[in-house]
Design a protein around this ligand. Structure first.
Ligand code: NAP
Length: 289
């Protein structure tokens, strides 16, 4: 049984990204990430800080736009349009959630597809469904990276994804399908979830509820990926009953230290990809704002 070490895999991705950034900078292109935060949600402030620090570490330029909580939607829209047009900005990250007066779907949809490093615009989602090259949401991309690292054979494998959010479940099911797995997507209305899960060679839980996956739901020798992040009085736990399930699984991700560290690593990777998708974009000058 292998416990998949997300921190180690994320560190490797960051090294790879740093090397790619150095290559791009040598030819006069500096990938740049613009982060936009509306309001003062403490968790969002921490996430944005972590993302900017990670950018610095690999040589990606970052610029942050802090907007007050009562910012009108029109003002946020105008900022996003200006970032779309700014050649020094390769990627735009609009930190969610947004305050109630702002339509998050509409604002996310304003981001140019080639700068959509979160992969959350309908255009990026459409490219994924069509099997065309585009930017893929970071957490599902991180799950695929972990599966590759653990040398999990996906071709013809039965994959079950619990969860169907735009952020995780849906894009992950598409990625697994593109890797030629036979994919079943489960959600809150799925009948007999346990029986469906027991069919899985690869079982991914992205629900946000502790003990969603218990040992009786896991086939002997399955690979189990836990995307869940639940804050409990016992600290951060995933969706999977790790202690019991690890005894049956061939490989499993822990929480913390599994999928979590991959998300920012894949954001960095997407920012470099975005820079490459925009020929002529980027600059050696620090990005302004
Ligand atoms: P979400 O938007 O709340 O989606 C949860 C999904 O779980 C929904 O599709 C829901 O079904 C399904 N669900 C809820 N209860 C269920 C049940 N009893 N049985 C089967 N399915 C059930 O959440 P999300 O944004 O996808 O995030 C999921 C989890 O991943 C959260 O814990 C989140 O914190 C974590 N997460 C971690 C990372 C990371 O970096 N590690 C990144 C993103 C998210 P319906 O569609 O029918 O409602």
């Amino acid at each position: 049984m292998t416990v998949i070490d997300g921190r180690a895999v994320a560190a490797r991705v960051r090294e790879r990204v740093a090397a790619e950034v150095a290559e791009l900078r040598a030819v006069g292109v500096r990938p740049g990430l613009a982060t936009v935060l509306v309001g003062e949600d403490p968790a969002s402030q921490v996430y944005v800080r972590m993302k900017r620090k990670a950018c610095e570490e690999v040589g990606i330029a970052s610029v942050h736009h802090d907007l007050p909580a009562d910012t009108p939607q029109s003002e946020l829209g105008a900022l996003l349009e200006s970032l779309n047009a700014d050649p020094a900005v390769s990627g735009i990250l609009l930190q969610l959630p947004l305050p109630a007066q702002i339509d998050a779907d509409e604002m996310t949809g304003t981001i140019a597809a080639e700068k959509d490093v979160d992969g959350l615009t309908p255009f990026s989602a459409g490219l994924l469904v069509h099997g065309r090259e585009g930017l893929v949401p970071c957490t599902p991309a991180g799950v695929m990276e972990l599966l590759a690292h653990a040398e999990v054979e996906l071709e013809g494998a039965r994959a079950v994804v619990i969860g169907r959010s735009q952020l995780v479940g849906r894009p992950l099911a598409q990625l697994l399908l593109a890797a030629n797995a036979t994919v079943t997507q489960c959600h809150s209305r799925t009948r007999d979830l346990a029986a469906v899960c027991r069919e899985a060679d690869v079982l991914v839980s992205a629900v946000g509820r502790p003990a969603t996956v218990t040992a009786d739901m896991v086939r002997e020798g399955a690979v189990v990926i836990d995307v869940g992040m639940n804050r409990t009085e016992n600290g951060l736990v995933g969706d999977v009953d790790f202690a019991a399930v690890r005894a049956k699984a061939r490989a499993i991700t822990p929480v913390p230290g599994g999928v979590g560290p991959m998300t920012i690593a894949m954001l960095l990777s997407n920012t470099v990809r975005a820079a490459r998708l925009q020929p002529g974009a980027g600059s050696t000058a620090p990005i302004h704002g």
